[in-house]
Design a protein around this ligand. Structure first.
Ligand code: NAD
Length: 405
């Protein structure tokens, strides 16, 4: 809300338009009862919030997390609206979630949660209405269950109802690593402006999931040194750099990054205090705060997670002269390839990995340049520039559509 307010002020946005943009168009809260493997019944709470669809169907991930709230999902839905507008793709913004601890659920229980949740939001999703995708602790398998549940009700297969599906089930080449690849393009562009070499740059990453791990892997192949990585349990540090694939294997084997050979164990807090050239928060929101922003010693922050930096921390980073590529730009590679997947599904096409990467690069570089130019033009920081661009594009669509009735 604070971000929207600031962008609206800088754009000189009409007060009525701002009022429209402050609220989601629809917020669904649903009960998700399932039978556990032991026969008992548990009821989880699910959400789907649709913020704005002035530029196209709603689009946004679904997360399974014990701390999911309506407020969080609403904020994430609004960010999706700006993100899709900044990325230049014809989508609005939405987000969903189920308040549960997926680590305590068996695969069969997760399937039942997913199918029941899908049934409860069946009337508000659809290929031209709202197209969900994976987010924290959901994956291609989750999307396959959603697609199957939706298709069972329709009576025919509807792959275009979700993105981030398995490759053999109408998924897109390059989707799994898309967010990280897009983030890496942004890191490279920002480094050029900072006259910093990516090869040899030291990198700290919080979160070692789909975004964090793939970002580590891609930057490692460019010669960057990944000196610290953490996940929900903490992580490891080694000034010489770690091999991301080996750390990943260690995590799969032991259930955690901790105690990886030749490294010092660190906490998430220590990760933010580690001096580096590039810092990538790729876990959850509100990790860089007023309390720790002052300790951050880096030249470049590239936000893989959504909302990892609080507004107060954001100001501190700007004052410190740290170049921040904000979430709605830096992690938009995921939704961009999701859009490619949807287009392929609608046309019953399958593009090659090379085609996907080429198109992603072109769209990411365009988006980066648009935000960078807006930053220069308005003499502001990258986050405010990205918000102004996103909010401005949505406002333009709303003005032309008019207000019904
Ligand atoms: P994921 O579930 O694959 O990984 C999440 C990672 O964060 C895990 O390593 C987990 O251990 C870690 N984590 C969770 N809570 C933490 C905590 N309190 N402290 C430290 N680490 C913690 O999820 P993901 O898809 O990689 O998503 C990560 C972030 O990126 C989220 O904010 C998500 O909204 C955002 N994002 C993801 C995509 C995508 O395509 N997957 C796209 C855009 C944005």
């Amino acid at each position: 809300m604070q971000q929207l307010q600031l962008a609206a002020e800088m754009l000189g946005l009409d007060e009525g338009l701002l009022e429209i943009l402050k609220y989601p168009k629809r917020a669904a809260i649903v009960a998700v009862p399932i039978r556990r493997d032991d026969g008992k019944i548990n009821v989880f709470t699910g959400f789907r919030v649709q913020h704005n669809d002035a530029r196209g169907p709603y689009k946004g991930g679904i997360r399974y997390h014990p701390e999911v709230t309506l407020e969080e999902v609403t904020a994430l839905a609004m960010w999706m609206t700006w993100k899709c507008a900044v990325a230049g793709i014809p989508y609005g913004g939405a987000k969903g979630g189920v308040r549960c601890n997926p680590k305590e659920l068996s695969l069969a229980e997760l399937e039942r949660v997913t199918r029941r949740y899908t049934t409860m939001i069946l009337n508000v999703i659809g290929p031209y209405q709202d197209v969900p995708a994976p987010d924290i602790y959901t994956d291609a398998q989750t999307m396959a269950w959603i697609m199957d549940t939706y298709s069972q009700f329709k009576g025919y297969l509807v792959p275009e109802v979700v993105t981030g599906k398995p490759l053999h089930l109408e998924g897109s080449e390059g989707r799994e690593e898309a967010t990280a690849r897009g983030l890496t393009f942004c890191a490279n562009e920002a480094a050029k402006h900072l006259k910093m070499k990516i090869g040899g740059a030291t990198v700290c990453i919080q979160g070692f999931g789909k975004v964090g791990f793939n970002a580590a892997r891609l930057l490692d192949t460019q010669g960057s040194r990944i000196i610290a990585v953490t996940d929900s349990k903490g992580g490891v540090y080694n000034q010489e750099g770690v091999n991301p694939a080996k750390v990943y294997r260690h995590k799969v084997k032991t259930g955690s990054i901790l105690n990886y050979e030749g490294c010092k164990n660190i906490t998430n807090q220590q990760l933010f205090e580690t001096k580096c050239d590039i810092l990538i928060p790729a876990a959850i929101e509100n990790q860089i705060t007023e309390e720790n922003a002052g300790d951050i010693e880096t030249r470049l922050v590239v936000e893989g997670a959504n909302g990892p930096t609080t507004p107060q921390a954001s100001e501190i980073l700007v004052e410190k002269g740290i170049f921040v590529v904000p979430d709605i730009l830096a992690n938009s590679g995921g939704v961009t390839v999701s859009y490619f997947e949807w287009v392929q599904n609608l046309h019953r096409e399958h593009w090659t990995e090379e085609e996907v990467r080429k198109k992603l690069k072109s769209m990411m570089l365009n988006a980066f340049d648009d935000v960078y130019d807006a930053m220069k033009k308005h003499e502001t920081d990258m986050r405010t520039a990205a918000l102004m661009l996103g909010v401005g594009r949505v406002a333009d669509s709303l003005i032309s559509l008019g207000l019904w009735p």
